[in-house]
Write a protein that binds this ligand. Structure first.
Ligand code: ZN
Ligand code: ZN
Ligand code: ZN
Ligand code: ZN
Length: 304
């Protein structure tokens, strides 16, 4: 599937690349760059048919240069071309190596709204830079931060908070300090990773506290870290500390929450959190090494 074309790879996972614009006057030259001043001269017929022309008949994604065509003029995207064995998928004639420069130029003249318009983005972008914007658009939805499943839910923060609560039955707490106990009866089964997620709300924001067991090289360890439900630039306004201890020993971690734009796995694999060796964890648990009993206390604060 990977085509080596960054546009195409992005499109593969997101079939609806070009959403129907809500104001259809996108081809109007005067005001395309000023989304706050939509004109009322519609060019609906042209824009929607051009967008249809730019849809690859095989994968239905928007096409980006090089756009190919057969000798009869049927077009095809560069990602699909190597997969059709030199046969035009529309007329079955030999495909050859003809590029459709005219269509590429028409595409270059298009300006379309960001596909996250429904999430609040008002930007309108030239066809060829739209994908780049969308990959960084601050309105783009977040992925569900729940780590224990391959959840594919995306949405804005209020939506995800409700989703975590209702669909994943995640514990919700309000306040900026916490005191959590993690108990597991067989601490030697690191393989079936113990992990937990708790959501805290404070300062009008939401934070995800992750706790889990994983294998660090040969050593089984536990890690606890905080993620911020929002973008990275805002996450940096907060700090947090975590403490775990027992038997007169104590480990303290202070860090900056990571945005949930960074995957749970990425944060974990960068060890950006409180890491507890299993032997130490069992020591903290105080008992007979048959049960893991960790008390993690923490605090979140806003940096001035
Ligand atoms: Zn295609
Ligand atoms: Zn053809
Ligand atoms: Zn946008
Ligand atoms: Zn989910």
């Amino acid at each position: 599937m990977a085509s080596g074309n960054p546009f195409f790879d992005d499109l593969q996972s997101k079939p609806e690349v070009i959403d129907p614009p809500q104001n259809e006057d996108i081809l109007d030259g005067e005001s395309v760059n000023d989304p706050t001043q939509p004109t009322t001269k519609p060019n609906l017929v042209v824009s929607s048919s051009v967008r249809e022309l730019l849809e690859c008949p095989v994968c239905l994604n928007a096409m980006y240069p090089p756009i190919h065509q057969c000798s009869n003029g049927h077009t095809l995207c560069s990602g699909c071309k190597p997969r059709v064995h030199n046969r035009c998928p529309t007329c079955r004639h030999e495909l050859g190596n003809i590029r459709c420069l005219a269509l590429e130029k028409v595409a270059a003249s298009l300006e379309l709204p960001c596909k996250y318009q429904s999430y609040g983005c008002v930007g309108i972008y030239p066809y060829y830079s739209k994908l780049k914007h969308e990959s960084q658009c601050s309105y783009r939805p977040y992925s569900c931060p729940y780590a224990g499943s391959d959840c594919t839910v995306v949405g804005d923060i209020p939506f995800l908070v409700a989703h975590l609560k209702d669909d994943h039955k995640v514990d919700m707490h309000s306040g900026s300090t916490f005191n959590h106990r993690y108990v597991k009866s067989n601490p030697h089964e690191v393989e079936n990773a113990t992990w937990m997620l708790t959501v805290f709300s404070c300062y009008g924001q939401y934070f995800c506290l992750h706790f889990e067991a994983f294998q660090l090289g040969m050593a089984p360890v536990y890690i606890a870290f905080l993620r911020f439900m929002g973008d990275d630039n805002e996450a940096k306004n907060y700090s947090y500390s975590l403490e775990v201890g027992g038997n007169g020993r104590k480990l303290i971690w202070q860090g900056v929450p990571r945005s949930i734009r960074d995957s749970h796995r990425k944060v974990r694999d960068s060890f950006d959190g409180l890491i507890i060796q299993r032997n130490m964890a069992l020591f903290f648990s105080g008992g007979d090494r048959k049960e893991l009993k960790l008390r993690v206390t923490g605090r979140i604060w806003k940096e001035q």
